[in-house]
Design a protein around this ligand. Structure first.
Ligand SMILES: [Zn+2]
Length: 323
């Protein structure tokens, strides 16, 4: 068996890399803390070296390397954007050129959720479709758009940032500099922040008790759990998250009318039991006939899928693989 792909998913905390078949099957994988080797760049190199050795032993030839990086990436130049808050030491780095020189292989670099969108398109829930949107609530909120079988990166690599599109024009300030962004309401960071602020009010006593009085110990998973247990503040924050997500589905359905919308990422598992609520919120905004024909799926995030995404990027760029 030859002609394998090497997919690397660079995260703020963990970096995962795998040897992936052209059908998206992960055969060998390795993970490491992103800063294990001192910098993200060195950790990526170490992981690729190690996987290449394993691949050699198995007799697999690697034909290309794909790398998914959080934040804005100039995929054409293979260069990480000047601001890379999750992996600051990669900011501005021509990662594709650096790795290409080091390993003598074609290397493709893109935003991690763009890569994820390609994984869903070529190997996953979007198989057979030509248009899909991935919404990925995690600590932040990424997204990726495929239309007509092509990734929509935008004219200057900023495309596909639905997480920082407003769902409420006079809403609270967002860390991106905007206001009322989807991420403020529906990302892990936004949910935790909203709950912390409200826990400081008289109604927040119950939520504060759950964390021993330390508001900083309030996390998004805890807010979802507390909401399930009926805590009023947590319920309010989770309801707003579902409504914000529903409003953005409305924007996507009415604005792009894709065949598939996949909601995945670190916080997606918490949304899965709330699917009805999210879809009911979407129905308040979307053209109902369009929404009825859109496949909306909420699936828990998984590092393996993002590794597949980076591998899908190689197929997409090198072979022009399309649906
Ligand atoms: Zn924002």
């Amino acid at each position: 068996m030859t002609g394998m792909l090497l997919g690397v998913d660079v995260g703020g905390t963990t970096t995962a890399a795998g040897v992936v078949t052209t059908d998206g099957e992960v055969l060998i994988e390795e993970r490491a803390p992103t800063q294990r080797a001192g910098t993200a760049g060195r950790t990526i190199v170490e992981l690729i070296e190690s996987l290449r050795r394993s691949a050699d032993q198995e007799g697999f030839a690697i034909k290309g390397i794909g790398v998914g990086v959080p934040g804005v990436v100039d995929a054409t130049a293979g260069r990480v954007g000047d601001e890379a808050p999750h992996v600051p030491d990669l900011a501005g780095q021509p990662l594709a050129a650096i790795l290409g020189q080091r390993f003598g292989l074609p290397v493709f670099v893109d935003n991690d959720v763009n890569a994820l969108a390609l994984a869903e398109l070529l190997f996953g829930l979007g198989r057979g479709a030509h248009s899909l949107v991935v919404l990925a609530p995690g600590t932040g909120f990424g997204s990726g758009i495929v239309l007509g079988g092509r990734l929509v990166r935008g004219a200057h690599s900023f495309g596909g940032e639905f997480g920082h599109a407003p769902v409420k024009f006079d809403g609270p300030s967002c860390w991106c500099g905007g206001r009322g962004c989807l991420a403020v309401y529906a990302s892990g960071r936004g949910i935790a922040q909203a709950a912390r602020e409200r826990a400081a009010t008289a109604r927040g006593a119950g939520l504060l008790r759950l964390v021993g009085g330390d508001p900083l110990a309030i996390t998004a998973p805890l807010v979802f759990q507390a909401a399930q247990a009926g805590d009023p503040i947590a319920t309010e924050v989770v309801d707003e998250a579902c409504r914000a997500l529903g409003a953005m589905i409305g924007v996507i359905v009415n604005g792009l009318n894709p065949e598939v919308i996949v909601i995945t990422g670190g916080v997606a598992a918490a949304y899965a039991p709330l699917e009805k609520k999210v879809l009911a919120a979407a129905a308040e905004h979307a053209f109902n006939r369009a929404l009825a024909q859109t496949r909306v799926r909420i699936v828990p995030g998984d590092k393996r899928v993002t590794m597949r995404g980076a591998a899908a990027l190689v197929l997409y760029e090198m072979e022009g693989r399309r649906p």
